[in-house]
Design a protein. Structure first.
Length: 302
């Protein structure tokens, strides 16, 4: 069996004013619905790859190790990160893999370029540390939101979630913690877990064995769902490490568009997030169910 033709890859969204992404580069980020999986590429499949490195150290070393594994010997890796989001550690991390690093700085980013050595060191350890892992009985992976603990907002929503019925969706479903609680209600006939992180979707599929569950790797803002009886959500307010308050507002608007008349949204949010105005604009009635420890639980009726 012949090996696939070497090609170019890109991971994430490297700023085009800082690095050149090869024309025709295949997107490999798990946060880009429809992208190929970097970890599924065979060894030595790529001639070059450009990586916008994630901020988490375990995840970042995993991605760097996967990139080096997928490169042909002598292939080029360009990787960059903001100084305060792992950029200052890039050189040392790449040198630990046996790479000779050319480094420059621009726009508060560190940009490192390396040629893959014939025999990189430490790849197996980084791949093992950053791969899927069982945490308290559930599959997860470094890089997924709150990958090694239950987020406090999720815990609060679970404590105030009523028994639901009919067809619903969990927007930003993560590894399926909220979804599992929703599906404990026998009157729920179908639940679509919508999640932009492919790794979380794969973990949720492993965590939830329920024929009523549907799994959708998609951006909630673009998910084509309609006529739902309920939506539950712990919406994100960071996009690839950068705070984006409009993201949660967009989730609320998307939920409103998915619900039938009289359908309900059950939402948890950090207290400081500016969500109440959009809730009242999109829903007929809005009730604050709880206001505890910096979080609010809202119940909104279409």
């Amino acid at each position: 069996m012949t090996s696939p033709t070497p090609r170019s890859g890109v991971y994430g969204a490297p700023p085009v004013d800082l690095v050149d992404v090869p024309e025709g580069a295949v997107q490999l980020s798990p946060l880009r619905p429809g992208a190929e999986a970097l970890e599924a590429l065979p060894d030595a499949a790529l001639e070059d790859i450009v990586v916008a490195a994630p901020p988490g150290s375990i995840e970042r070393r995993f991605v760097l190790a996967q990139a080096l594994r997928a490169l042909v010997p002598g292939g080029a890796l360009t990787v960059l990160a903001a100084n305060d989001k792992g950029g200052q550690r890039l050189r040392g991390e790449l040198e630990a893999f046996g790479c000779s690093v050319a480094e420059r700085s621009k726009a508060r980013q560190r940009i490192c370029t390396v040629t893959r050595p014939d025999a990189p060191t430490g790849l197996d350890e980084a791949l093992a540390a950053g791969g899927p892992v069982m945490v308290e009985g559930l599959w997860s992976q470094p890089g997924i939101f709150s990958w090694n603990r239950v987020d406090p907002g999720t815990s609060l929503l679970l404590a105030h979630l009523p028994k639901l019925a009919g067809r619903g969706a969990d927007l930003g479903a993560g590894i399926g913690i909220i979804a599992a609680a929703v599906l404990a209600a026998p009157a729920v006939t179908e639940l679509t877990l919508v999640e932009i992180d492919r790794r979380a979707v794969e973990a949720a599929k492993a965590n939830i064995a329920d024929e009523r569950a549907r799994f959708l790797w998609a951006d909630t803002r673009e998910a084509a769902l309609a006529d739902l009886d309920f939506v539950v959500s712990n919406p994100p307010f960071h996009a690839e490490g950068i705070e984006d308050r409009g993201l949660g507002q967009a989730f609320i608007a998307a939920a409103a568009g998915m619900l039938r008349r009289s359908g309900t949204l059950h939402l948890v949010a950090n207290r400081h997030m500016p969500y109440e105005a959009v809730l009242r604009a999109k829903f007929k009635s809005v009730k604050t169910v709880a206001d505890v420890s910096g979080y609010k639980i809202f119940e909104a009726h279409k």
